[in-house]
Design a protein around this ligand. Sequence first.
Ligand SMILES: NC(=O)NCCC(=O)O
Length: 386
Amino acid sequence: MAMAGAEWKSLEECLEKHLPLPDLQEVKRVLYGKELRKLDLPREAFEAASREDFELQGYAFEAAEEQLRRPRIVRVGLVQNRTPLPADAPVAEQVSALHRRIKAIIEVAAMCGVNIICFQEAWTMPFAFCTREKLPWTEFAESAEDGPTTRFCQKLAKNHDMVVVSPILERDSEHGDVLWNTAVVISNSGAVLGKTRKNHIPRVGDFNESTYYMEGNLGHPVFQTQFGRIAVNICYGRHHPLNWLMYSINGAEIIFNPSATIGALSESLWPIEARNAAIANHCFTCAINRVGTEHFPNEFTSGDGKKAHQDFGYFYGSSYVAAPDGSRTPGLSRNQDGLLVAKLNLNLCQQVNDVWNFKMTGRYEMYARELAEAVKPNYRPTIVKE
Ligand SMILES: NC(=O)NCCC(=O)O
């Protein structure tokens, strides 16, 4: 089966190139819910993005005016990027190069008025979990509370008055030096607001992450920021509807999904899952994926009888934001670093809830009872037979 790499820029570019305008409008209506207004971002921001060689796109989600509540406007920024140095460069140099790259991108986000920014999963490192090797990859792990990356993000957050969501490989030295796949949430004051951990760990293809860390033990925390209530559902958690649901039940208005995933495995699922979660949970979702192919020094196998290889496959970018009414932004490209800015009106969450009522019709008490039974070792599924 054909599987595009960097040469194929995006679904959107393909549609725009090949479809006559009336067809394009209908296709966009079906694929994206409705066409969103493009944000009027400052010229200097586009110039800086072009100088720094990354894509910049901005869209606005509107909500109806209300009599009693003011619009609750927040601008989110989603960052997707390649790893600037090869995976066999010294660890400290790779981390510094990524810090420099993110600093350049966040400066443009600040020009665009971004209030909350989120980076891709394990953003300070190559996605080395495919190798199953420990060194040097475990050396990328840092303290969530006061590691060099958290300190770096604290400065950025304070300087730019921006909430920063920083997904890292965490080393928890308070608890036996164990590793976790963690997102640190840093307030716009510069204080560490807290952390959340990846609840579902993949055991699929080369995603051998269970070799490095266990399923998160922090539940489904939601962080009250000055700009709204946010949660972080890390990568593979997006295949688990209950994971999204619990963040939503705890009050999340925006759920970020920092990811690292490749075309052969998930590209056809990507446009569906975060968008569906936004619809099902009456919230905004922000799906972020890394870009490019990362090559590792030593060969590894996928345990499927196929030849050993030195790369994971193609990380296809395509980051996007979806809204509770099912509308979504186009994706960033598949082959370029990028910053996607989206202006949200959080009033839309309650407005859609009042129309569709999924929280009211969800029958959670019935599922709680049935699930509590279904997980018991002696449970027998209810199958009606002739
Ligand atoms: N990073 C990660 O969890 N990837 C798993 C693959 C996927 O969820 O698409």
